[in-house]
Design a protein around this ligand. Structure first.
Ligand code: HEM
Length: 187
């Protein structure tokens, strides 16, 4: 009982001491303000951003360099495709990297092979690149990147060489929905 009275006496003294000095009041206000800011910023950290609307999976198909170009994330649906070592991947879920304003935006809608192999984030030509001048080490690097893309992103199709005919993937589609699908082709 005596201990409680002592404690409340100390607190009362402390309170009066604080409110007697304008400096102390200012310090208390500052502390309250900072604690408020910290709590608020923590709440913001935990706030889950609304999930980006999921785009329907792209039907498997091959692309020419020209066709690939439109998928740089600037078009209405915002889909982003990137080619690595002749394979086209849907990298839309990595849009923060490859979409407009991203650090690797130069790869969006492009063949990123040369850029990835040469550590050049802006190396992506306008024309088909056969990569034939890349060294063995650089080609190994391209293949390594390719397997990383394969693990993380959906494979959509191949990047076509000039004049190359696209593959007919209709027989590989899992949805047998399309009534216009062509007959399965023997490979
Ligand atoms: C100062 C140099 C660089 C820094 C600090 C850096 C930093 C990073 C970081 C932190 C990530 C992982 C991001 C995440 O998973 O959240 C990343 C991913 C990546 N970086 Fe870099 N990077 C650099 C240079 C480069 C260069 C030169 C290239 C290629 C030309 C490159 C290509 C990539 C790619 C393709 C990814 C994978 C994105 C994905 O997951 O799809 N980076 N980088």
């Amino acid at each position: 009982m005596a201990e409680e009275t002592l404690k409340s006496g100390i607190l009362t003294n402390l309170f009066f001491e604080i409110i007697q000095s304008p400096v102390n009041i200012a310090l208390v206000l500052l502390i309250v303000f900072l604690v408020y800011k910290i709590i608020k910023s923590r709440q913001n950290d935990f706030a889950v951003p609304p999930p980006a609307p999921q785009l329907p999976k792209l039907k498997k198909r091959d692309f020419t360099v020209e066709e690939l170009k439109q998928y740089d994330g600037t078009q209405e649906d915002g889909r982003v495709l990137v080619a690595v070592n002749g394979k086209v991947y849907d990298v839309t879920k990595g849009k923060r990297f490859y979409g407009p304003g991203g650090p690797y935006a130069a790869f969006g809608g492009k063949d990123a092979s040369r850029g990835l192999a040469t550590f050049n984030v802006s190396a992506s030509g306008e024309k088909y690149d056969d990569l034939s001048d890349l060294s063995t080490v650089e080609m190994d690097s391209v293949r390594e990147w390719e397997s990383q893309f394969q693990e993380k992103y959906d494979f959509i199709g191949r990047l076509l060489k000039p004049g190359e005919q696209p593959t007919n993937y209709s027989d590989e589609e899992d949805e047998p929905s399309s009534s216009t699908a062509e007959k399965p082709k023997d490979e």
